[in-house]
Design a protein around this ligand. Structure first.
Ligand SMILES: [Zn+2]
Length: 347
């Protein structure tokens, strides 16, 4: 069989793609320029999964690049994926590396609001370019998937045995144009229709678009690993600071001391931002520092977990003493106790 005999329409996005049936397993393996590599049972009808959301998910998370050579998406059970993976790692590469997807994974990932949708589109566009100002050429089908445009509609009363019909194609095109115009108006992108192929779109990110992408990427890398430390800074607390840093580092987090980030003692929007971006807050109340009390209150108001530390020599205010506090005799007690508390309450 030569390549051209395997040309088929992609089941998910309708692009032209390669499809290889595996009759033994009743499955078809697809390699689609928009959806990447994936596998479906031969009779796949999208049971219990939103096909519009699946199309967007595959496009944004596709395995197509060389470094993911053996990976592909599949609805196979997780257990079966695990056995294939084990065989793969032992040298049997015939099944590749299946990556399990299901309705829950797709729905958890799918944007819940318009602004989240816009953010994901910008991240996608930036992932498709290597250099600043480079243009991205999107086929019409890729644009529909990448921009979260529904292609299909559910027939009424068919939630439990889904019956999808194609959405009106003019409506899809209008929605795509609406979002392109919106991104244009925000100065995020510039777009033109291709001269030789009126279905393809050439897009370049503009400085405001790059700025938004930077902001989003900064938050995803910082998010989840930072621990803000509220305490009194100065020579008298230098040993304490390092003991706290060690406890946080040993637990696998990054300690953020505000005096290492900015150079004054006032509570500023910058401090509040660091607290918001932190996964949890550690506060030492030994010196009864007013700033530390304030920062603790702010973090609690945001619903962050706050871990309190205090020297046994300090008498705590009643309302704060009620909180379960790590009391320490000497700074040497801190790293181990703090690490254990983080492991127990945060991880
Ligand atoms: Zn596809």
């Amino acid at each position: 069989m030569n390549e051209s005999e395997n040309k088929k329409k992609c089941k998910i996005c309708n692009s032209e793609c390669n499809a290889y049936p595996d009759y033994d397993k009743d499955k078809v393996f697809y390699t689609c320029p928009v959806c990447g590599r994936y596998e479906l049972t031969a009779d796949f009808a999208g049971n219990r999964i939103n096909l519009n959301h699946l199309a967007a998910y595959l496009c944004h998370n596709k395995f197509a690049k060389k470094n993911f050579e053996y990976r592909y998406h599949t609805f196979l059970d997780k257990d079966i994926c695990d056995t294939y993976k084990e065989k793969f790692n032992n040298g049997n590469k015939s099944n590749g590396l299946p990556v399990h997807i299901d309705a829950e994974i797709v729905e958890n990932w799918y944007p819940k609001s318009f602004s989240e949708r816009v953010d994901k589109i910008l991240l996608y566009l930036s992932s498709q370019t290597k250099h600043i100002g480079q243009q991205v050429l999107l086929s019409y089908q890729e644009a529909l998937s990448a921009f979260f445009i529904d292609r299909k509609e559910l027939e009424e009363y068919s939630m439990y045995s889904p019956d999808w019909k194609e959405r009106d194609s003019d409506e899809c095109a209008d929605e795509l144009k609406y979002i392109l115009d919106y991104l244009n108006d925000c100065n995020y992108i510039k777009h033109i229709t291709c001269v030789d192929d009126e279905d393809s779109i050439l897009i370049s990110l503009l400085p405001d678009g790059y700025a938004r992408v930077d902001e989003l990427q900064k938050n995803t890398t910082v998010h989840g690993k930072n621990a803000f430390v509220a305490m009194q800074f100065g020579n008298e607390t230098a040993v304490l600071r390092e003991a706290i840093r060690k406890g946080i580092t040993d637990a696998g987090y990054i300690a953020i001391f505000i005096d290492e980030v900015q150079h004054n003692d006032f509570i500023t929007p910058e401090i509040l931002k660091h607290i918001r971006d932190s996964k949890f807050v550690v506060v030492d109340l030994t010196q009864e520092n007013r700033g530390a009390y304030f920062e603790e209150g702010y973090a609690m108001g945001l619903g962050k977990t706050v871990i309190q530390l205090c020297s046994t020599k300090t008498h705590l205010h009643f309302d704060i003493a009620q909180k379960n506090t790590i009391m320490w005799e000497t700074e040497n007690d801190i790293p181990e106790k703090l690490k254990n508390r983080i492991k127990a309450t945060i991880d």
